[in-house]
Design a binder for this molecule. Structure first.
Ligand SMILES: [Zn+2]
Length: 314
C-alpha cells in the first residue's frame, strides 16, 4: 500500500513554537515501556542503526525519546501531526477498515495512525537503504515517529469510536479522582500498577513484562512479530486487535459517570501489559526488518526470542 506523502514531511523543517501539553496517547510511561522492550529484542545490526539515528539528547536510548511526538504535536508547526496518533471507527462498530477509517477530520486519506506507520516505515526503508542523496527525509524524526505510533496503535482507545473521541469525552472516576476513560488507559492503569505492584518504578514494571514475553508468552511472540506477505510493517491487524479490546474491555462497564475501581483495574491490567508487550515486540521486529533486511527469518525469530546467536552471518 502506498501512503507515501511528501507533504507529511513539511513539518520537518518547522521552527519550534508554543508547547501546549496534551494527553492523547499512551502516557510517558507506556511509550517508555514499549520502546525499552523493543530495544531488548533488536538485532546487533538494527541496534547500531537505531543508535546512529537517535538525536544526541537520547544518549543512545530509544526509550528516552519515544514520547517526543506527544511533546511537539500542539506546537504551531507540528499541528499537522496531531491527527496521526489515532484512528477513529464509526460509532459502535467494533471493527477497523483502513479504506473506511484512515483519514483525518477533514477526510484527507491516509492521515491516521496506521497511515503514519506505513509512511514513516517507507521513509526509513527508502532513506536508509539508499545512497541517493536526493532523499531528504529526516530519518531521526522518522524513527521517533514510527516508534511512538507503533506504541499508540496498541493502546486500545487509539482505535475507537469517533463521537466520544477515543473515550476522551467519557468522564469517569478512577477510584476517587475525576478523569476520563482515555486517560485511564493512557496513564491511570499503568500508574496504579506501578504503585501497587512495581515499587513505583517503570523499569521494574518493564522488566516484569519482558519476563512474561520470554516466559508465559514465548509461544506467541513469533506470531506477534510476523507480518504476512513479506511487508516490513503491518499495522492493520494491530488496529483490528485494538478496536476489539476497546469494545470488549475499555468501553465495557465504563459508562459516563461511572466509578472504576479494583474490579476494572485488576481485570484490565493484563490487557494493558499484553498490549505494551506486543507493541514492543512488533516495534523490534519492524526495526529489524528495516535495518537488518538480510537477516534470515529463523535468525530474526531467535532474536525475538532473545536467544542471541554469537555471530552475524547475513
Ligand atoms: Zn501519541
Amino acid at each position: 500500500m502506498s501512503v507515501f506523502k511528501l507533504w507529511w514531511i513539511k513539518g520537518t523543517f518547522a521552527i519550534l513554537m508554543l508547547l501546549i501539553p496534551g494527553n492523547l496517547a499512551w502516557g510517558k510511561e507506556g511509550h517508555y515501556a514499549t520502546c525499552k522492550i523493543a530495544e531488548s529484542f533488536l538485532t546487533e545490526e538494527a541496534l547500531k542503526a537505531v543508535k546512529n539515528l537517535l538525536p544526541e539528547t537520547a544518549e543512545g536510548d530509544l526509550a528516552s525519546v519515544c514520547s517526543w511526538p506527544d511533546e511537539i504535536k500542539h506546537r504551531y508547526n507540528w499541528r499537522w501531526t496531531s491527527e496521526l496518533h489515532y484512528v477513529d471507527t464509526p460509532d459502535f462498530r467494533c471493527n477497523y477498515d483502513y479504506c473506511r477509517d484512515c483519514h483525518d477530520s477533514s477526510g484527507v486519506k491516509d492521515r491516521c495512525v496506521t497511515g503514519a506507520i506505513y509512511n514513516y516505515t517507507e521513509q526509513l526503508v527508502t532513506g536508509y537503504n539508499t545512497s541517493n542523496s536526493v532523499v531528504k527525509y529526516n530519518l531521526t524524526e522518522a524513527l521517533m515517529f514510527l516508534s511512538h505510533y507503533i506504541g499508540d496503535v496498541h493502546q486500545p482507545l487509539h482505535v475507537s469510536f469517533t463521537s466520544d473521541e477515543g473515550g476522551n469525552t467519557i468522564t469517569v472516576r478512577w477510584y476517587k479522582r475525576k478523569t476520563n476513560l482515555h486517560h485511564v488507559w493512557d496513564t491511570d492503569i499503568i500508574e496504579s500498577a506501578m504503585k501497587t505492584f512495581y515499587d513505583k518504578d517503570i523499569d521494574v514494571m518493564t522488566l516484569a513484562i519482558e519476563k512474561n514475553i520470554t516466559g508465559t508468552w514465548s509461544n506467541d511472540i513469533s506470531s506477534w512479530a510476523n507480518c504476512t506477505s513479506g511487508q516490513e510493517v503491518c499495522p492493520d491487524p494491530w488496529a483490528s486487535e485494538s478496536i476489539k479490546c476497546s469494545c470488549n474491555y475499555a468501553y465495557r462497564n465504563a459508562t459516563p459517570g461511572s466509578t472504576l475501581g479494583d474490579d476494572y483495574f485488576l481485570s484490565r491490567l493484563p490487557i494493558v501489559e499484553m498490549r505494551l508487550a506486543q507493541g514492543g515486540v512488533r516495534l523490534a521486529a519492524t526495526l529489524n526488518r528495516i535495518f537488518d533486511p538480510l537477516y534470515s527469518i529463523p535468525q530474526k525469530l531467535a532474536y525475538i526470542g532473545n536467544i542471541r546467536p554469537t555471530s552475524h552471518t547475513a
